[in-house]
Design a protein around this ligand. Sequence first.
Ligand SMILES: *Cc1c(COP(=O)(O)O)cnc(C)c1O
Length: 373
Amino acid sequence: MTFLPYGRHCIDEVDIAAMVDVLHSDWLTTGPCVERFEADVCAYTGARYGVAVSSGTAALHTAMFALGIGPGDEVIVTPMTFAASANCILYQRGIPVFADVDERTLLLDPAGVEAAVTPRTRAIIGVDYAGQPCDWDALRSVADRHGLALVDDACHALGATYKNRKVGTLADISVFSFHPVKHITTGEGGMVVTNDVRLAERMRAFRGHGITTTASQREKAGAWFYEMTALGYNYRITDFQCALGSSQLKKLDGWVARRNQLAQGYATAFANQQIVRPLFCHKHVRHAYHLYVVRTPDRDVAFRHLRAHNIGANVHYIPVHLHPYYREQFHTGEGMCPVAEAAYKEILTLPLWPGMHDADLHLVCETLVRKSA
Ligand SMILES: *Cc1c(COP(=O)(O)O)cnc(C)c1O
């Protein structure tokens, strides 16, 4: 029996042809396909400006730079996420402040965010965990009351909506990842989107060493002169990656629909028992289901049982404030975010990706529920 992973990319011959075309062209990086992919993601999300970068992590760093996060600035972040959501604060020498999550959804709890605000707070990073958007209206009102910037780490949520508004337009800056387990892939890659032209310009420069023009702009203008006005990085993404991204994006809506169908299949299978409990999904969202997460009391036993049957269950995530680096550097630990810590002991991610068959899903359900019964 073959191994069933928890997530997997889908690449077809049309995607491959799109990349090969670019390899025959003049621009392998910082060329027209990068701009086209940025325009495509903007058209899809409704955001005004997009800056494509080399990873989701680079995108988060770019967002922190653009907002002017610096030494001693506090940024409030959820612990129920991949470490990169908080690491980006450290890259700018800021201080991460962990606020707890809502018990039913494991999304940042706006009341906990409000309680964590101090005179040094500059921004809030919400993560649309598993693909369900945070309560962005409530987070916006906290941000407005205290003059804070809002960042959506939307790496799980491309294609999701909140009260009929698309993810990508819900915060001051939204961040996407195109790693192979995410909704669409460029191999490695990411993007920051915003409606604020000033933030967009800062992010565009940061991607290319803090230099004011790109090589292709200089070539078009017949000029050699450029200046570096900020300390940026090389966070560029290639044109062939972006050609893949644009090709993948055309299939996104179909994939999100299939992810929802599979999630519905799991929910139905788990409806008449108490041992395996799916997370709550709000009525006012379209969930993008990057992850299908359930809670189950004997998580480690269930995990080993599934793996023994070649089913790639996983755990997302160990709360960031419990990682040794954070404990040592920031004296974080148990008791700081009790809801996230209790959830961590019970959460289990089940396989979910658009190319998965119904038979795969039934196998997962049978294996899990039979064991638990
Ligand atoms: C994947 C992910 C990232 C990082 O993206 P990379 O492209 O792997 O750098 C950041 N935050 C969250 C929530 C993610 O899931």
